[in-house]
Design a binder for this molecule. Sequence first.
Ligand SMILES: C[S@@+](CC[C@H](N)C(=O)[O-])C[C@H]1O[C@@H](n2cnc3c(N)ncnc32)[C@H](O)[C@@H]1O
Length: 262
Amino acid sequence: MTGEAEPEELPEHVRRNRAEWDSWAVDFVADGERSWKLSPGDETWGVWGIPEASLHLLPDDVSGLDTIELGCGTGYISAWLARRGARPVGIDNSEAQLATARRLQAEHGIEFPLIFGNAETVPLPDASFDLAISEYGASIWADPYRWVPEAARLLRPGGRLIFLVNGLILTLCSPDVEEPATDRLLRPYFGLHRLEWSVDDSVNFYLGYGDWIRLLRSNGFDVEDLVELRPAEDATTNFKEVTLDWARQWPSEEVWKARKRG
Ligand SMILES: C[S@@+](CC[C@H](N)C(=O)[O-])C[C@H]1O[C@@H](n2cnc3c(N)ncnc32)[C@H](O)[C@@H]1O
């Protein structure tokens, strides 16, 4: 399945992130394979592997729900939702990531539609889904002023939006190199939106808390929660940009939960 615009029609940040993710996909295969194996109740979130059983980020019962994962990568969250009885669809901007997702679908015998395209313009009708979800997907790689209205369009009244992003304080304290965050504010909070890093050609998007709330509310969402993730005392990560000591003191990951009014 493809929702593909011609590359020259894609926004510049989408083209740049596609090239980067096509080259990085090989490094995310092992994580995809590990995460696809997790059964209901054993799922873990984010770079610290925090159990769903303690966070309850997913609705208690997703059986029969139509779900869309915005920036699904290797597709493991949609696989979790499928095992819990949902009808998932995944969209991703990288064919290479989707190739891993398709292989893992075949290996696990869990098939669901995978769309190659930009989560800012999803080629599906209005009000098709009950849940939109993103873990480090469109939530950080797409422009929130484009993907949040698109999520609102895709959701039915009462539908849920759940997305995980880097902690805002982490973003403010991250040097522009692949080194751990410090305990110093290194960039301004006001005006946060599009960020580029000197180490690669990707483009990320971050908003201040007030801007997130205004954006969600103006697109018909009520904010239900902002869950700040704190790793366990003995947690480990492969992620080089934050240490356990840092993440035990400040949230390195945050999850927004919102519901479409209706
Ligand atoms: C860190 S992965 C997150 C996905 C999933 N949680 C995982 O770890 O496999 C980020 C994904 O976002 C995708 N992505 C980036 N920009 C996107 C966009 N505009 N639309 C859809 N997907 C996008 C990338 O291609 C990549 O597969």
